[in-house]
Ligand binder design. Structure first.
Ligand code: NAP
Ligand code: HSE
Length: 428
């Protein structure tokens, strides 16, 4: 044999593991030409072997981690089982034994990634995780490598496919949230428990990873402010359109002079912004660097083959690094320790929909409260009137979140204010 064979173990054979298996099988012969080595799936770890006997040769299937960690011929561990434990322990043990790791696990990397990257470095190992953010879209490697000459000040994106699908259905077909969520579930986009997607936690985990890499400073999921889309109504989407905007669940990370901002929330963005045209379950990440200016990355953020594509790209990188004796070449890129700002210290424009008593002086009273909190109104629309109650939409200029929220706390207690129906941040 005149080429190397690198043995790979897959931890997990679900959606992503199945995609990785398929791609590696299909690419088997080409791999020798592409990277000068063969990638052989030597073992596949699952809990329930019976489920996988028609997909994987029985001698490769195992439900015992010890079969993998104690096999010195296996050099590359691909963790696609998900969850914090036992995945975290398996990755740590693999790295400590000098095995290289590729993972798609954003839940783990967003919380323990910095620690695991330190362990990888200490053991001269690779720990790559391209698939952990935005599935098939290359974004971690571009940030760590191609854009590394930049001072990146902003990373913003649609990084959850389920919520983007739901908002697209609400926008294009006038569906209410519950109906669109049911459709997302029926089509297999949303998981049986869709909480992490619709409450913005999945996007928050991905944003923590992106912010750490873009700003070279540790950010974890616990630092990220998250707000989901369950309170968005078809009416708000219609009114947003009248204001020339779309509503998207955005992850927004900024590196400002006063610290890092990391937040996930429904956001009104101008309809001509590139992210406004990202529809259905597609993802996109928008990056601003001082040298490159604006760059946008678009594609499929989930699914067996798109996510498998990112995982296999990482496996190939590891194999090349082993071959050229340069593993651990690109590890943790955090060399700063920048504080993360509280949401109250960040700035946004705000859209607020309210039901008010329709009588002289109501708007003047509201304007007075806003004015005394430094909130400046940019647009005001009176939408509907029922009896003596009027529905009013107010859009503000950019203002400090805590000043806006202070004014809402006062306004919501005023007798003439029947209801503060919804508040959505507006991107500036
Ligand atoms: P999945 O379909 O639920 O598959 C999980 C697999 O891992 C199953 O084969 C399961 O085996 C195995 N597994 C789980 N816990 C195990 C344990 N304790 N011991 C042994 N095997 C275990 O999950 P997935 O959607 O492929 O996601 C995998 C990872 O990729 C997650 O970290 C996820 O966040 C990430 N990711 C997924 C996507 C996507 O599109 N799905 C995209 C980007 C990233 P059994 O069936 O026997 O339980
Ligand atoms: N649940 C995620 C999404 C896919 O809807 O984007 C996995 O990252």
């Amino acid at each position: 044999m005149d080429h190397n064979v690198y043995k790979v173990a897959l931890l997990g054979m679900g959606t992503v593991g199945g995609g990785v298996y398929k791609i590696l099988e299909k690419q088997k012969n080409d791999m020798v030409c592409k990277i000068g080595s063969e990638l052989e799936i030597a073992k596949v770890l699952v809990r329930n072997k019976g489920k996988y006997e028609d997909k994987v040769a029985p001698e490769k299937l195992t439900d015992q981690w010890s079969d993998i960690i104690n096999d010195d011929s296996i050099e590359i561990i691909v963790e696609v089982m998900g969850g914090i434990q036992p995945a975290g322990t398996y990755i740590k043990e693999a790295l400590e034994k000098g095995k290289h790791v590729v993972t798609a696990n954003k839940d783990l990397m967003a919380v323990e990634g910095h620690e695991l990257l330190k362990i990888a470095k200490a053991n001269n190992c690779d720990l790559l995780f391209e698939a952990a953010v935005a599935g098939g879209i290359p974004i971690i490697r571009p940030l760590k490598q191609c854009l590394n000459g930049n001072d990146i000040t902003e990373v913003m994106g649609i990084i959850n496919g389920t919520t983007n699908f739901i908002l697209t259905k609400m926008t294009e077909e006038g569906m209410e949230f519950a109906e669109a969520l049911k459709l997302a579930t029926d089509l297999g986009y949303a998981e049986a428990d869709p909480t992490a997607d619709i409450e913005g936690h999945d996007a928050g985990r991905k944003l923590a990873i992106l912010a750490s890499i873009a700003f070279h400073s540790p950010v974890t999921f616990h630092d990220v402010y998250t707000e989901g889309i369950s309170k968005i109504s078809a009416k708000d989407i219609r009114y947003a359109h009248e204001l020339g905007c779309e509503i998207k669940l955005l992850g927004i990370a900024k590196n400002t002079e006063a610290g890092i901002e990391v937040k996930v929330h429904p956001t009104m963005i101008p309809s001509n912004h590139p992210l406004a045209s990202v529809k259905d379950s597609f993802n996109a990440v928008f990056v601003h660097g001082d040298a490159v200016d604006d760059a946008m990355f678009y594609g499929r953020g989930a699914g067996a083959l798109p996510t498998g594509s990112a995982v296999v790209g990482d496996i190939i990188d590891v194999a090349r690094n082993i071959q050229f004796n340069c593993t651990s070449r690109i590890g943790c890129s955090c060399y700063k320790d920048i504080p993360v700002k509280d949401i109250g210290e960040t700035k946004s424009g705000y859209y607020v929909r309210m039901k008010l008593e329709d009588r002289a002086g109501t708007l003047a009273a509201l304007a007075g409260v806003f004015g005394s909190n430094n909130v400046s109104i940019s647009k005001l629309l009176q939408k509907t009137k029922q009896g003596n109650t009027a529905e009013v939409v107010i859009v503000t200029y950019e203002v400090l979140e805590k000043e806006f929220m202070d004014s809402i706390a006062v306004i919501s207690k005023m007798a003439m204010v029947k209801e503060v129906s919804s508040i959505i941040r507006v991107y500036h």
